[in-house]
Design a protein around this ligand. Structure first.
Ligand SMILES: Cc1cc2nc3c(=O)[nH]c(=O)nc-3n(C[C@H](O)[C@H](O)[C@H](O)COP(=O)(O)O)c2cc1C
Length: 179
């Protein structure tokens, strides 16, 4: 029985559609996995939600907890945000909470929970000043951000290949953060 708990959060960039495979890999690595999605990622994965819930044994979370609602997931040892879009990186860095994923990230960043973020943006988006500032904000808050050497390397616009998204790096980082 898996014992360490991984919260795997995803936003709407193409590698998100491979989450079923990523969950298998994480579970094979000994993680008890819980999946949370931004509203757009949840739309993209609509037909995969039953499979993700069957695999993980936990509800896929896409909406913030209601007033008075209890926790539905076991507490995380480590949290991953991958793929992290321009939008979700900037929103999280600004401390805004328009959806479940960004609300979770606000709490994780503020409480210094172990958090690994691997963006998925093209090389043009990567130079957006808000994104560059956002990455600095996250790193400054102790978040492990896998961008550039040893992490996700942005491709020129239109040349991204989701099969090359380096999921192994984010899973390795989660394992090392768990100790
Ligand atoms: C086919 C497709 C591919 C996209 N790829 C990316 C991407 O790689 N990185 C990114 O930041 N946004 C990408 N977007 C745009 C995001 O999906 C969009 O900004 C969305 O609002 C992000 O919402 P979220 O951050 O709440 O998931 C893509 C959109 C589409 C339709």
């Amino acid at each position: 029985m898996a014992s360490r708990v991984l919260h795997l959060l995803a936003s709407a960039a193409p590698p998100a559609v491979d989450l079923v495979d990523v969950v298998w890999r994480a579970r094979a690595d000994g993680w008890n996995v819980c999946v949370g999605l931004t509203p757009t990622a949840a739309e993209w994965l609509d037909d995969q939600l039953p499979a993700l819930e069957g695999q993980t044994g936990h509800p896929v979370r896409t909406k913030p907890r209601g007033f008075g609602g209890g926790e539905v997931w076991p507490r995380a040892d480590v949290t991953i945000l991958a793929p992290a879009t321009l939008n979700t990186v900037n929103t999280a860095a600004a401390g805004l909470t328009p959806n479940f994923v960004t609300g979770y990230l606000a709490e994780a960043i503020a409480k210094r929970w172990p958090l690994v973020v691997m963006p998925c943006v093209n090389s043009a988006y990567a130079t957006h000043p808000a994104f560059e500032r956002g990455i600095d904000v996250l790193r400054g808050a102790g978040v492990r951000v896998l961008l550039g050497e040893g992490g996700y390397e942005p491709n020129p616009p239109g040349q991204g290949d989701r099969s090359k998204y380096p999921w192994h790096l984010v899973l390795d980082a989660a394992r090392s953060l768990a100790g």
